[in-house]
Ligand binder design. Structure first.
Ligand SMILES: [Zn+2]
Ligand SMILES: [Zn+2]
Length: 138
């Protein structure tokens, strides 16, 4: 894609972080990871780069959980997210019935559907393991 070729050094660095991450980092987390790599950009630069990359369709902005900070996703195809209610870890899964669900929504509400997302909440494997350790003495 020609957009990739025109990426500035900053945008390319931000894209690299998001694409290589599997945990859907926030802008603040992306900034920390850039610093860990010795790349110090102003918060505004990181924020604007994310905005540009989202508009260009190279990353996706994901709203999950309490509606706080946006998370960024290097996976741009349709999929759904699940968030851990204990540690806020985010994972993703395929949503094979998406088209069917959109048809239901259209038929039942007469809305023109522009976007559809499904967010599940639960306890991640790490937290499940922690919880069962806590019950061992019982
Ligand atoms: Zn968890
Ligand atoms: Zn995702």
């Amino acid at each position: 894609m020609s957009t990739v070729l025109r990426l500035t050094k900053q945008r390319r660095a931000v894209l690299d972080i998001v694409v290589s991450a599997s945990d859907h980092p926030t802008a603040a987390e992306i900034m920390e990871r850039l610093q860990d790599r010795g790349q110090r950009f102003a918060y505004g630069t990181v924020y604007n780069s994310l905005k540009f990359l989202t508009t260009a369709g190279l990353v996706r902005e994901v709203q999950v959980g309490d509606g706080g900070a946006a998370h960024y996703d290097g996976r741009t195809d349709e999929h759904s997210h699940i968030i851990c209610s204990r540690c806020q870890a985010i994972d993703e899964f395929d949503w094979p019935q998406r088209d069917v669900m959109i048809e239901y929504a259209k038929a039942q509400t007469r809305f023109e559907v522009r976007d559809a997302s499904l967010v599940f909440e639960g306890l991640c494997p790490t937290c499940q393991a922690d919880a069962s350790h806590g019950q061992e003495g019982m």
